[in-house]
Design a protein around this ligand. Structure first.
Ligand SMILES: [Zn+2]
Length: 91
C-alpha cells in the first residue's frame, strides 16, 4: 500500500487512522495531515473512498433498522401468490 512517493505521513499511519478520519473523530492536525496525504497518494485515496462507501451503508442501515414497508408488502404478496399458485394445494 504505497504509491512509491515520500509523504509527510506514512501510508501505514493514514490507513490505521482512516476509520476515525472518515468518522470525523481525529484531531484537527491529524485530519489535515491525512487530508493532504490523500491528495498525494492514490492508493490511500481509494482506501478513503472505500471507507466512505462502507460508512454510507452503515448510516443507511442505522436509519432503517426494519425492512421498508414496500419490501414487506412485496414479501407478503409473494407469499400469497406462492400459496395460490402451488398445484399441490389447488384442489
Ligand atoms: Zn498513502
Amino acid at each position: 500500500m504505497s504509491c512509491g512517493r515520500p509523504h509527510e505521513t506514512p501510508c501505514t499511519e493514514v490507513i490505521a487512522a482512516m476509520g476515525a478520519y472518515v468518522d470525523g473523530e481525529v484531531g484537527a492536525e491529524e485530519f489535515r495531515l491525512i487530508a493532504i496525504h490523500i491528495t498525494e497518494c492514490p492508493p490511500c485515496e481509494r482506501e478513503e473512498q472505500a471507507y466512505r462507501r462502507v460508512q454510507a451503508l452503515v448510516v443507511r442501515a442505522v436509519r432503517r433498522p426494519v425492512a421498508p414497508e414496500a419490501l414487506r408488502a412485496k414479501v407478503r404478496a409473494d407469499l400469497v401468490a406462492g400459496q395460490a399458485g402451488d398445484p399441490a394445494t389447488s384442489e
